[in-house]
Design a binder for this molecule. Structure first.
Ligand SMILES: *[C@@H]1O[C@H](CO)[C@@H](O)[C@H](O)[C@H]1NC(C)=O
Length: 186
């Protein structure tokens, strides 16, 4: 049980360290936030980079961009007010700084106004969109981050409980031994 407490404690510390950094950036006049891979923990970045081909095919099969694709030609003013999830913001539209011309949420024209590699990674093809973008990885990490944070908080509650049970158990064991010792050697 002591080993379990130590392991859980180490994992909890690790989870807090890993989820310490990174948050979406609010943009002036937009309802959605944008996400940068560089803002997140480097260990998580490496993991997500290494496994990206597999994660990407999963995201492409999922329905995360469906809502935006089906929305069609919403007026730009209305699209700007939308609150998008981290994955939708990162994977389904080009980053704001590319300054593309809006047609629909998943169809943008014009030449990139930024050297951000995500601007060249973007494609209007519904199978491609921004799934190759760094912002898409950042959106995923933002999800992982909030899940791990919740997990770490739950861990602390479990840890406190385990430590209480362990302390009571230890006390009882010691008292019992002292009692027996006293009985055996009066
Ligand atoms: C994007 O919009 C342009 C202009 O309306 C249109 O010609 C093009 O077919 C659209 N592309 C996609 C992938 O929907």
């Amino acid at each position: 049980m002591f080993l379990l407490i130590v392991l859980l404690f180490c994992f909890t510390i690790f989870a807090f360290v890993v989820t310490n950094k990174g948050a979406g950036e609010a943009l002036a006049g937009k309802g959605y936030k944008e996400y940068r891979l560089g803002d997140y923990n480097t260990w998580l970045q490496k993991r997500v980079n290494k496994n990206w081909p597999r994660i990407r095919s999963c995201l492409q099969d999922s329905q995360i961009c469906k809502h935006l694709i089906e929305q069609g030609a919403t007026p730009l003013g209305q699209f700007n007010k939308e609150t998008l999830s981290a994955l939708q913001s990162g994977c389904c539209k080009p980053p704001d700084e590319c300054k593309f011309t809006y047609v629909t949420p998943t169809n943008w024209t014009g030449t990139a106004g930024s050297t951000n590699p995500d601007c060249t990674a973007w494609s209007n093809d519904q199978k491609v969109l921004c799934y190759n973008c760094q912002s898409c990885k950042a959106g995923l990490l933002d999800n992982i981050k909030s899940d791990w944070k919740k997990e770490a908080i739950l861990n602390i509650i479990v840890l406190v409980f385990l430590i209480i049970v362990y302390s009571i158990g230890c006390c009882a064991f010691r008292n019992n031994r002292e009692d027996n010792a006293w009985k055996r050697y009066p």
